[in-house]
Write a protein that binds this ligand. Structure first.
Ligand code: PAF
Length: 290
């Protein structure tokens, strides 16, 4: 049997791949199905919605908590990324999670680890260009988590829509026997997509951030009215800067399944509008559409 510790929230926690596998094996021996919700902690209602969705599809839900160093570039916020394992565990327990997998860096990247999973195509634009080392880091850690836990279903948020398509691609290409599910974005009352990074925003920045989704709503409405894609993208960039964002990495209308380019004329068929923009030192992403 696995070596299970109990956190103050009473949520069992395992910290090694061997213990995770032992627990999953024990569940499987009882005929139970298993779901996985990978996270980097600093949990909010968006993460908990992933756990709840996994619970609707599987008998036991594992949440992983690992701030993955390989998906942060050296100038990004790896060190500053908020960490509160006890608080996260309490939230996970309240959402009905059954097990927390919280490994250390040495467990996930033992000395000598030298394999990286690289997904092409869906990573060739947007965050793949703005953060070149990001998706190889995500694809590698998610492949490892899927192999370690071997869940029936793994749930990822649509807020990171490009990440979700990267994970769907790698699971299909590597024949991983898991269903990848996307979960709808959870938003604050003013529509701002919930994100662990919202905690970095001061009051004034938070007010600016609240304009992000409204600009995308209007951009999507323009696309639906057959305004040319290139005009909508340029309009949205200008609106974000006017609203107080300091820098816009991209606003792009793409086909949802393969993130192919749309336009420059009116968008034909299913369309997702995706954007990334900075307020001060905080980078926010959002998306909406089909
Ligand atoms: O979306 C995240 O929180 C992370 O990118 C993930 C999927 C947990 C991989 O580290």
């Amino acid at each position: 049997m696995p070596d299970l510790d109990l956190l103050p929230s009473d949520l069992p926690v395992v910290r090694t791949v061997a213990d995770l596998r032992a627990q999953v094996r024990a569940w499987r021996a009882q005929g139970l199905t298993v779901g996985l919700t990978p996270t980097m902690g600093a949990l909010h209602e968006g993460h908990l919605s992933l756990v709840r969705l996994a619970r609707t599809r599987t008998d036991r839900v594992v949440a992983s908590l690992f701030v993955n160093p390989t998906q942060f570039a050296p100038h990004e916020d790896f060190e500053a990324y908020p960490r509160d394992e006890a608080g996260d565990a309490a939230l996970l327990a309240s959402a009905g999670c059954h097990l927390l997998f919280a490994p250390g860096v040495e467990e996930m990247y033992p000395a000598g680890a030298s394999t990286t999973v690289t997904v092409t195509g869906v990573t060739a634009s947007m965050d793949g260009l703005a953060r070149p080392s990001h998706f190889p880091g995500v694809a590698t850690i998610v492949t490892k988590l899927l192999n370690q836990c071997a869940p029936d279903v793994a749930v990822f948020g649509e807020k990171d829509f490009q990440q979700l398509q990267v994970i769907r691609r790698l699971a299909a290409d590597l024949d991983l026997p898991v269903e990848i599910m996307g979960a709808p974005i959870v938003r604050a009352a003013d529509g701002l997509a919930l994100s662990s990074r919202n905690a970095y925003l001061d009051t004034e920045q938070r007010a600016i951030a609240g304009r992000f989704n409204l600009i995308l709503v209007e951009g999507l409405a323009r696309l639906r009215r057959d305004v040319a894609v290139s005009d909508v993208e340029a309009w949205a960039v200008a609106e974000l800067l006017t609203a107080g964002f300091d820098r816009v990495d991209y606003v792009e209308a793409r086909t949802p399944a393969d993130l192919g380019r749309l336009g420059p004329g009116p968008a034909q068929g299913p369309t997702r509008l995706l954007a990334a923009a900075h307020i001060g030192r905080t980078r926010l992403i959002d998306n909406m559409g089909d």
